[in-house]
Design a protein. Structure first.
Length: 354
């Protein structure tokens, strides 16, 4: 493959012709259903508390895929409640021991394992400073649960592939459900309730044109905007860790501030659109890059000329459905490029950063 040093798929990753990544990602619909059923009352109680005592800000604490979920939380919470959302720099607590100013804030901690020392140190500091701590965590034995005011069990079940899939989707679903409860947004709540079925349908969509287009690619931009930007971040990470493909994520607005200078003939773009104004911005940017000769793949429920199918729905839910279709494609692309999506080189399932 153009002399690229590939890591051949290990036999341990395969069973019955599928990878663990594929099997686990396929379970996202059932996992989201468990999440919503198990946490309905807790989410309603959190929403009521946040309305009774509105926080001045939301601080998210997360790394990796969970931090991409936090990006989704930023756009959704700010647009639905007006409360500003900022991501905590975890090293401030773990390396610099810097104090946190007191205040009435919501600390939203998102983690698969809930074990990373820098995450725990940051959350503990914010709780001591008066924040209301809500943890969204998958592992049942996570220490993060012990320092949270409320723990939302992501209910994704065991995830043995290094690549996070269903736990990421459950994080997005939990954020959407919490925001709907907080804002008393009936339309969003109804869309969240329909999400498990939508994920099952999204898994069946054919994104194989992307496998053919990207099998020999070296560099890629992934574009999103608004609710879809966190999914673009996640897609770029998965390209790197499962496909040995250098990919960078950009907002369709931010890519115009410098990065677009390198986009031309034979450069590759995966553009994730949507049915809202943010999706229109992605389509406009994708069209401009296509006119320059770039190889553009567009996934968009609102575009008749989209190369990759996507399900239409509530604008805040469309990206969750899109990433489910993406995961199936990423797994196939990984294998097509001679990689093992379950065991990327140099990575562990749990990263315990200090």
């Amino acid at each position: 493959m153009n002399g690229r040093a590939m890591h051949m798929a290990a036999g341990s990753a395969m069973a019955g012709g599928t990878t663990r990544m594929e099997r686990e990602a396929a379970e996202a619909g059932a996992a989201a259903d468990r999440l919503l059923a198990a946490n309905r009352n807790a989410l309603a109680a959190i929403g009521a508390r946040l309305r009774a005592s509105p926080p001045s800000a939301v601080i998210t604490c997360a790394r990796g895929s969970s931090d991409h979920a936090a990006t989704y939380a930023k756009y959704l919470i700010e647009t639905r409640t007006g409360v500003p959302v900022a991501s905590a720099a975890l090293s401030v607590a773990s390396l610099y021991d810097a104090p946190v100013a007191p205040g009435n804030r919501l600390c939203l901690a998102i983690s698969q394992s809930g074990k990373s020392p820098d995450l725990l140190a940051t959350v503990a500091q914010h709780r001591e400073a008066g924040a209301f701590v809500v943890a969204m965590v998958n592992a049942e034995d996570a220490p993060l649960r012990d320092i949270a005011d409320v723990a939302i069990a992501l209910s994704a079940g065991p995830e043995r592939s290094v690549a996070a899939t269903k736990s990421y989707i459950c994080s997005l679903a939990a954020i959407a459900a919490l925001t709907a409860a907080w804002a008393e947004d009936a339309q969003l709540a109804a869309a969240v309730d329909a999400l498990p079925g939508g994920l099952e349908a999204a898994w069946q969509l054919d994104w194989s044109p992307a496998v053919r287009a990207l099998a020999e690619v070296d560099n890629l931009f992934v574009l999103g905007r608004g609710y879809g930007y966190g999914v673009a971040q996640e897609a770029a990470l998965k390209f790197k860790e499962t496909c040995a493909l250098h990919a960078e994520s950009f907002s369709a607005a931010e890519v115009r501030h410098g990065p677009m200078a390198i986009v031309g003939r034979d450069f590759h773009i995966l553009a994730l659109g949507g049915s809202d104004r943010a999706g229109a911005s992605v389509r406009e940017t994708a069209a401009e890059f296509r006119a320059r000769g770039a190889g553009v793949l567009l996934a968009d429920p609102a575009a008749g000329d989209a190369h990759l199918p996507a399900l239409a729905g509530h604008p805040a839910i469309e990206p969750i459905l899109m990433v489910q279709s993406f995961y199936r494609m990423a797994n196939a692309l990984s294998l097509a490029r001679g990689c093992d999506p379950d065991q990327p080189p140099h990575l562990n399932k749990v990263t315990e950063t200090l």
